[in-house]
Design a protein around this ligand. Structure first.
Ligand code: 4AD
Length: 464
């Protein structure tokens, strides 16, 4: 009886022995003049492949083994031995190889030559079989796993907030409408839209953030976090925006802005340390092929304290900078990618937490400071990616919150339940949102956000 072993395990010397079974996909086959073949097999469990030596004596050697090529799926059974070849601890001497599925070498898109990431997006169903996407997805998994570990270690409860909602948390009007009404037909008929006939009796949307719902549970359970898909109908075709992305949103009662910043820093450092420990081979690959030097940089970031700066100080730095910006800088403007890049790559060369933004460029729920001009906001910016975390201390004072909602043109009736939290046992509280894909970009060095999510949703792209 053979024992099914993952390639990750089989590549370790501890797995050496007879009757090992490997199941996976062929990467390459090379025939030796000595009448046997080397087959590289990967099963996704790790970056590397296992070399399988197929002797010419196998009964299907001529009929099948010599036809194997990239993409074929096989089962190989044999003895795992120490490998004489450089760069691998073990290899398998196969006693039996069964072909499960053929892949026609003429049409299989993933040929040995390197394909551009743009091209690979057209094969979103097959790109996970490439080295790069395997590595990206294992790192993404590590970050998700560390997220749950970290927040549980910090006493947070995992909360599921709704995907369908009536409220626009960010107030930016970037929501996807969810409706059972045939809006096209109604428009063509000229009849007004009657929301009372709609599924939810009111306009409903896909959520842009679980924060408002998370606040209700933070003011009951103390510390909660959400981790789910988030939707933004912003028509931005950039390398860091998706229409559907995953956001981690902790929310904690009795936290102020500095507690919030400290939490964000501990969290990010944990994510980095875990990736460096757990995904060594994948990280080595990113270091060699995607962004040279990234290993040293991330290792340093995981150790050193993050720099803090107020928005006002950042504007001063940018105004004095000897760089040419496309968008001019002055107090009150929203920072653009080029400004974030200057601050994190030229000025600090590492992560920066910017705080105390003008109230006019931030949402209604952020706590107004005594100067009445700024809010207790914090954004974490990192080199290469820009903003990966946005958060704040929340406005817990009823009168200030309702005033800010009026100023933002929001209808208080739509948010009555949110306002109630300030009416009944209000407490200071704070939280933030971290974009999962932006962190994966930061850790892997991948330039485009479309290449760190399995099936990217961007304007015009929802095929797979
Ligand atoms: O700054 P944002 O819009 O904050 C919120 O939604 C808050 N309600 C979060 C909270 O305090 N609970 O988004 C938070 C993060 C950003 O820093 C960014 O990393 C990511 O979400 N993000 C996006 N990621 C990919 N594509 C987009 N279109 C994104 N928009 C925001």
């Amino acid at each position: 009886m053979s024992t099914w072993t993952s390639v990750a395990e089989a590549r370790k010397e501890s797995a050496i022995g007879p009757d090992v079974e490997i199941r996976g996909w062929v990467r390459t086959r090379r025939d030796s003049k000595g009448g046997f073949s080397f087959i590289e097999v990967n099963d996704g469990s790790c970056f590397g492949s296992l070399q399988i030596v197929a002797p010419g004596e196998l009964s299907n050697y001529e009929s099948e083994i010599k036809r194997l090529g990239a993409g074929c799926s096989i089962v190989a059974i044999g003895r795992l031995a120490a490998s004489p070849a450089k760069g691998q601890a073990t290899e398998m001497q196969a006693d039996e190889i069964r072909v499960l599925g053929w892949a026609d070498g003429e049409t299989y898109p993933l040929q040995k030559k390197r394909h551009s990431f743009e091209k690979l997006r057209e094969w979103a169903h097959l790109r996970p079989r490439t080295n790069t996407f395997g590595a990206v997805m294992r790192v993404r998994d590590s970050i998700s796993r560390s997220t749950h570990d970290f927040f549980h270690d910090e006493g947070f409860f995992y909360l599921n907030t709704p995907i369908i909602t009536a409220s626009d948390c960010e107030g930016a009007g970037e929501m996807f409408r969810v409706t059972t009404l045939d809006l096209d037909r109604l428009a063509a008929s000229g009849k007004p839209v009657n929301h009372e006939l709609d599924f939810f009796d009111r306009p409903a949307y896909l959520t842009v953030s679980g924060q408002l719902n998370a606040e209700t549970y933070a003011t009951a359970l103390g510390r909660v976090y959400t981790f789910g898909p988030t939707f933004r109908a912003e028509n931005s075709n950039t390398s860091r925006h998706l229409a559907e992305f995953w956001m981690v949103e902790p929310e904690a009662a009795f936290f102020d802005l500095s507690d919030n910043m400290a939490l964000a820093e501990r969290y990010l450092k944990r994510l980095l340390r875990d990736c460096l420990d757990r995904c060594d081979e994948d990280m080595q690959f990113f270091n060699q092929r995607i962004q040279p030097g990234i290993l040293d940089r991330l290792t340093a970031v995981a150790e050193a304290p993050f720099r803090h700066m107020t928005y006002t100080d950042a504007i001063e730095v940018l105004e004095k900078a000897d760089a040419k910006f496309e968008y001019p800088v002055s107090w009150g403007v929203d920072l653009q990618a080029e400004h974030e890049r200057y601050l994190t790559e030229q000025y600090v060369d590492g992560p920066v937490i910017l705080t105390d933004y003008p109230s006019t460029i931030k949402p209604f729920y952020m706590r107004l400071s005594d100067d009445e001009k700024t809010v207790a906001a914090m954004d974490v910016l990192v080199p290469g990616v820009g903003e990966i975390i946005g958060g704040s201390q929340r406005e817990e004072r009823l009168d200030v919150l309702t005033r800010r909602m009026d100023q933002a043109g929001l209808n208080q009736d739509d948010y009555w339940w949110y306002i109630d939290l300030r009416r009944y046992g209000t407490v200071p509280h704070a939280g933030f949102g971290l974009g999962l894909e932006r962190v994966v970009q930061y850790v892997s060095g991948m330039a485009n956000i479309r290449d760190v999510i399995p099936f990217p949703r961007t304007p015009g792209n929802a095929e797979f």
